[in-house]
Design a binder for this molecule. Structure first.
Ligand SMILES: C[S@@+](CC[C@H](N)C(=O)[O-])C[C@H]1O[C@@H](n2cnc3c(N)ncnc32)[C@H](O)[C@@H]1O
Length: 330
């Protein structure tokens, strides 16, 4: 049987050198969603890739999902039926004024941006647009959840090696010679580019996001830090709870603890260490009167033809190359 999303068979997918890392990342995203999503929430999923997290939101019994779609929608040909109406929109969510494009859709209870916020740190304008979009569309008291590279870990690893590149059997990161002093000034935190290669997943430029500056910038947009945790810390902390242990067993990142002895390799575990998880909260108290005005927008089933290509948000620049990542998180 073909998995249309990746054009890989399920067997090929299971044979991926990072299959357990993908499962671990799915566990992290699922735990985050379960921690913060409430029944009936309206969700905005920015940079959702191929929409692989829709099923996670489905399990959280949310009401409504606007999702900034940016890959191909082939896997939706399967027309999985969700328990909420969803819309997939194609565009550059770090460039477009989403407060205008989605003016009639907000406010949202939750915004999620998984493994993508760092693509906005190529310039200050894009980083600000990303946060302004999130802030403008979240209701007061709403939650912004996400995952992105942990700049502290990446820079520490860069300083530990002689040259400008490091990695292991499944990934490598390479910085340009312009950063050969390995010093990164807080006064110019945008556009610190490196090349990231992750076997069977990513091969593209990415940008360092110094988290303390991300936190300060987010505060300018009324988004306050709830927590930030490196993925290792996140796993250790949430693997203490029985419901999360059970989910890990079902997803199989660490084997099923039974017949399936296959588990995350040390190389994959090192890649997990390159990422962090964050939660921010929009200032203010929720206005209960605004709820439900957005019900019934979108469809319970989505196929490729349903992806909305809105001229106001389509750009030809960065998104084009980023769309070629072919990243497969699920
Ligand atoms: C590593 S993937 C993560 C996809 C998805 N969020 C997940 O967790 O499975 C990064 C995604 O960010 C998307 N992306 C990067 N820059 C974007 C932009 N400016 N606007 C919309 N999507 C963007 C890419 O197309 C890609 O699908």
């Amino acid at each position: 049987m073909k998995n249309a999303r990746t054009n890989q068979t399920l067997e090929e997918r299971e044979a991926s050198p990072i299959i357990h890392l993908k499962k671990l990342n799915n566990w992290i995203k699922s735990v985050l969603i379960q921690l913060y999503a409430r029944r009936g929430d309206a969700v905005l999923d920015l940079a959702c890739g191929k929409g692989g997290d829709l099923i996670k939101w489905d399990k959280a019994k949310i009401e409504d999902c606007r999702t900034r779609y940016n890959g191909d929608a082939d896997h939706h040909q399967r027309r999985k039926k969700f328990t909420f109406p969803a819309r997939l929109i194609c565009g550059d969510c770090f460039e477009a004024r989403l407060d205008r494009v989605l003016a009639n859709d907000g406010p949202f209870d939750i915004c999620s941006c998984q493994f993508a916020m760092h693509y906005s740190w190529s310039t200050e304008a894009r980083a600000r647009r990303a946060l302004a979009n999130v802030s403008a569309l979240l209701r007061p008291g709403g939650t912004f959840i996400g995952t992105m590279p942990d700049a502290n870990v990446i820079i520490k690893k860069l300083r530990q090696v002689e040259g400008m590149a490091f990695g292991n059997g499944v990934y490598w990161i390479k910085f340009d010679e312009e950063f050969s002093d390995k010093k990164f000034k807080s006064s110019s935190p945008f556009g610190i580019k490196y090349k990231f290669h992750l076997e069977d997943a990513v091969d593209c430029p990415e940008w360092i996001v110094p988290f303390h500056l991300f936190k300060s910038l987010a505060e300018e947009y009324d988004l306050e830090l709830v927590f930030v945790k490196n993925s290792h810390e996140f796993v250790h902390e949430y693997m203490k709870k029985p419901e999360h242990i059970e989910l890990m067993r079902r997803l199989g990142a660490l084997g099923d603890g039974n017949q399936d002895q296959s588990t995350l390799s040390p190389d994959e575990w090192e890649v997990a260490y390159l990422y962090l998880t964050f939660v921010l909260k929009k200032h203010g108290q929720p206005d209960r009167t605004q709820a439900n005005s957005r019900k019934d927008k979108g469809q319970m089933q989505i196929s490729k033809e349903d992806v909305i290509k809105d001229k106001r948000i389509m750009t030809r620049g960065p998104l084009r190359s980023i769309d070629n990542i072919g990243y497969e998180a699920d």
